[in-house]
Design a protein around this ligand. Structure first.
Ligand SMILES: C[S@@+](CC[C@H](N)C(=O)[O-])C[C@H]1O[C@@H](n2cnc3c(N)ncnc32)[C@H](O)[C@@H]1O
Length: 258
């Protein structure tokens, strides 16, 4: 039997600075309890002791909590819109020095896809992507840049040929692409947001947050965008009250700051 979740949330905050109040509770609680059981325990207090003492268990917990599946060109039809409509519009409106932020970038699949997609429009040396995530481990993996066949399946064949090398069973992304991305730890619920962005890409993370937390983040993204800058969200996400939050719909899954 699991006991006091409220107390557990406070302890998790102290240990990890992850605010579980902002995540949908039923779903998160069920996931955490499954993980605790998998570790052979039946309640929160012994598990808190375990993650306090054992670094690998702590890392496992943070990694698990933050749900970090990703892949290159995730939902390719949205990337087509980015290529055909959004990038040309942004370049026409703001010029070639675009400030782009991949927020909650996980293992790098998303920011590296942004570099490759933008390389159809701009020379590589003019591209810079700021990429952030709360989870140090995924950022380390992103900096390493080794991917499975499955995660790069949607990369256009010419770009795959140009920018990936097979290493054993994995694919190594080239230094040319890697060097265009700056990775940094950042908690969307807590840390200050970088300002002056022309495009913010934040996909498949807000689905885990409460409506209040989501609204707060959409407001902060709005402040972090320049006027006419775009917010690109995931294919299962929507912003119901986008007008109240000072966005207009530019394309499906793209919202423009008014
Ligand atoms: C499912 S992945 C999405 C990756 C990528 N954006 C995509 O669509 O493929 C969700 C990511 O959100 C990150 N995340 C979770 N909570 C976060 C927070 N409070 N601040 C920043 N990143 C967070 C996780 O660490 C994870 O890497």
């Amino acid at each position: 039997m699991f006991g006091d979740y409220e107390k557990f949330k406070k302890e998790v905050w102290t240990l990890t600075k992850i605010d579980l109040d902002a995540y949908k509770e039923k779903q998160m609680k069920r996931r955490i309890e499954t993980l605790i059981n998998k570790n052979g325990l039946k309640d929160y207090p012994p598990y808190v002791e375990m993650i306090r003492k054992e670094k690998d268990k702590f890392d496992q917990f943070v990694n698990f909590l933050t749900i970090n599946v990703s892949e290159f060109y995730r939902n390719p039809e949205q990337w087509k819109l980015l290529d055909k409509e959004v990038f040309p519009h942004l370049i026409e409106r703001f010029g070639k020095n675009l400030k782009i932020w991949s927020a909650a970038c996980s293992t790098g699949d998303e920011p590296y896809s942004l570099v490759m997609a933008l390389s159809r429009h701009l020379p590589l040396n003019q591209i810079r992507i700021h990429a952030t995530d709360i989870d140090k481990q995924v950022l380390d993996a992103a900096r390493m840049g080794l991917y499975t066949e499955k995660s790069i399946a949607a990369v256009p064949p010419d770009l795959k040929k140009k920018y990936f090398t097979k290493v054993g069973n994995s694919w190594q992304i080239s230094t040319e692409i890697k060097s265009r991305v700056d990775f940094k730890e950042h908690n969307l619920l807590r840390d200050p947001y970088p300002a002056g962005n022309h495009l913010i890409v934040c996909r498949n993370v807000l689905i885990y947050f409460t409506e209040e937390a989501k609204d707060e983040i959409f407001k902060k993204f709005n402040t972090a965008l320049v006027k006419d800058g775009n917010l690109f969200i995931g294919s299962t996400e929507q912003i119901m009250n986008y007008q109240d939050l000072h966005y207009e719909k530019a394309q499906a899954f793209f919202f423009r700051k008014v």
